[in-house]
Design a protein around this ligand. Structure first.
Ligand SMILES: [Ca+2]
Ligand SMILES: [Ca+2]
Length: 96
């Protein structure tokens, strides 16, 4: 009996969360990107070098990616091809 009530409550909370999602998701995606970027930017110069970005790939489960694959991925994120991934470039692709 108690278990069933808990289950209903849990489901209800889940539905509420889903209903509030669109705006909240966008906002939290921006914040997540901020956090992730700050964590990756080891020397805090406001952009990710290829080495710093490599850590991101490893956290995404691409630990076994070859240097070529990592470079390709890096170049895909480096929209203006200046050799680093700026916060704007990172945020634009993060979570997509
Ligand atoms: Ca950096
Ligand atoms: Ca760039």
């Amino acid at each position: 009996m108690m278990t069933k009530l808990l289950l209903i409550l849990t489901l209800g909370a889940g539905l509420l969360t889903l209903a509030g999602l669109p705006a909240a998701a966008q906002e939290s995606q921006g914040k997540d990107a901020d956090k992730a970027f700050a964590a990756l930017d080891a020397n805090q110069d406001g952009k990710l070098s290829q080495a710093e970005f490599g850590r991101h790939l490893e956290m995404q489960g691409k630990k076994n990616a070859t240097p070529e694959e990592k470079q390709k991925e890096f170049q895909a994120w480096d929209a203006d091809k200046d050799g680093s991934v700026s916060k704007a470039e990172f945020t634009a692709k993060y979570g997509r």
